[in-house]
Design a protein around this ligand. Structure first.
Ligand SMILES: C[S@@+](CC[C@H](N)C(=O)[O-])C[C@H]1O[C@@H](n2cnc3c(N)ncnc32)[C@H](O)[C@@H]1O
Length: 191
């Protein structure tokens, strides 16, 4: 992956550690150290595309202490990797498998059909973005005990940008997250 940013790890004390590199292995290495009873934390996972790997969310869920806020750019970036012809380059399809933690995205995005000449063809399904979101959120609910209602953030022209998702280990956290994420939707509408 060319575009590799920073992982900023902060603690409640004054010490801050910045690690540069692919956040996926960095977070997976860190996660086992976050299982302590005294630790609570939020991981803000803000990729432009399909760079956040499912195994990274699994590692954070397994801590039992971490909440996650995920920017899930399903319409603008992820759904666009699923090109109309269905001939998704292997590099992209591997990335999508890692992002969703499954290849179920393919059956959601495409169906087999027959054209006017009787040829078997692959057709991209309408409404794929919403169903991909539903797959992702349903799978998040298998990792974390609580998942907030996804909120769609739009740009100034009202076009969908990304969904903000929250998942975490306790119900009170979800209540707060539902309230906060709802404000994001309102801010976007006011612009
Ligand atoms: C949407 S931006 C994040 C913006 C940031 N939250 C802010 O407010 O400035 C996505 C960032 O993720 C970085 N990125 C992409 N893939 C990454 C990866 N595998 N690990 C760490 N960072 C990555 C990109 O370089 C880009 O800077």
């Amino acid at each position: 992956m060319k575009d590799q940013g920073q992982v900023i790890l902060t603690s409640g004390r004054s010490d801050v550690a910045v690690q540069v590199g692919d956040c996926n292995p960095l977070i997976r290495d860190l996660a086992p150290t976050l299982k302590s009873r005294n630790i609570r934390g939020v991981a803000f996972l803000d990729p432009y595309g399909a760079h956040l790997e499912w195994a990274t969310l699994e590692a954070l869920a397994a801590t039992g202490t971490m909440e996650v806020v995920v920017n899930f750019p399903v319409a603008m970036a992820i759904n666009r990797l699923m090109i109309k012809s269905g001939d998704v380059p292997e590099r992209w399809s591997d990335q999508l498998d890692r992002c969703f933690g499954t290849d179920e995205w393919r059956a959601i995005a495409y169906r087999r059909d027959v054209d006017l000449f009787g040829n078997d063809i692959t057709v991209k399904n309408g409404g794929a973005a919403e169903r991909l979101l539903a797959l992702y959120v349903e799978r998040l609910g298998r990792l974390f005990p609580f998942v907030a209602t996804p909120r769609l953030i739009r740009n100034t022209r009202n076009a969908p940008l990304y969904y903000l998702l929250w998942a975490g280990p306790n119900g009170l956290g979800r209540k707060g997250a539902d309230h906060i994420l709802k404000q994001g939707e309102r801010v976007a509408r006011k612009r």
